[in-house]
Design a protein around this ligand. Sequence first.
Ligand code: PRP
Ligand code: URA
Length: 206
Amino acid sequence: MVKVFNHPLIKDKLTRMRKIETQSTKFRDNLNEISQLMAYEVTKNFEMIDIEIETPVAKTVGQKLKDKVVLIPILRAGLGMVDGLKQLIPTASIGHIGLYRDESTALPKQYYCKMPDCLKDSNAIILDPMLATGGSASEAIKIVKSFNPKSISFMCLVAAPEGLNKILKDHKDINIYIASLDEKLNDKCYIVPGLGDAGDRLFGTK
Ligand code: PRP
Ligand code: URA
């Protein structure tokens, strides 16, 4: 399943992030806000269970999420999506996958992986604002699959068609959520028009 968002608020905030003059504080705020807007759709099919509660007026039956949610940012840039989602799902646990693209080959190198025990049987949401060649996302999905979660969703802000096609080829069984499907990759495997290096812009490292 692939969902490309076409929402005015998301477009407006993403345009602010794309602008070269946007500094890291505003970049981070908009990234968190877009993540929250996307979360409404990402979580809409999560199963619920009934619970008996008492309001100040009467006993009634309410609902709560049936399964644990695990947020899994791909370091570094995925970290910029965690706070917004954690505000909406305070009970979520957080796993981390460290991957960086080798500058000469654009292939992902893994340097870290730490998952919560509850990942098995949870709804896993992998977070990374950028889907370029798809190498990092595909590797992250493979790692998460090895923990047997109940479902896997991948959330990104900006995707290139090349990256989307790679995930669709490597992993047909996951849900993919994209704020904007951009035009193409350039010869350095950066997304065009994109927003540049998301990790550097988020953390002010360049
Ligand atoms: C960026 C981005 C993705 C990856 C996407 O991370 O956050 O993880 O590139 O590219 P791909 O689809 O071609 O694999 P980067 O490797 O720059 O690491 P960083 O976030 O630590 O800077
Ligand atoms: N990683 C980024 O941060 N930006 C791109 O355009 C491609 C990969």
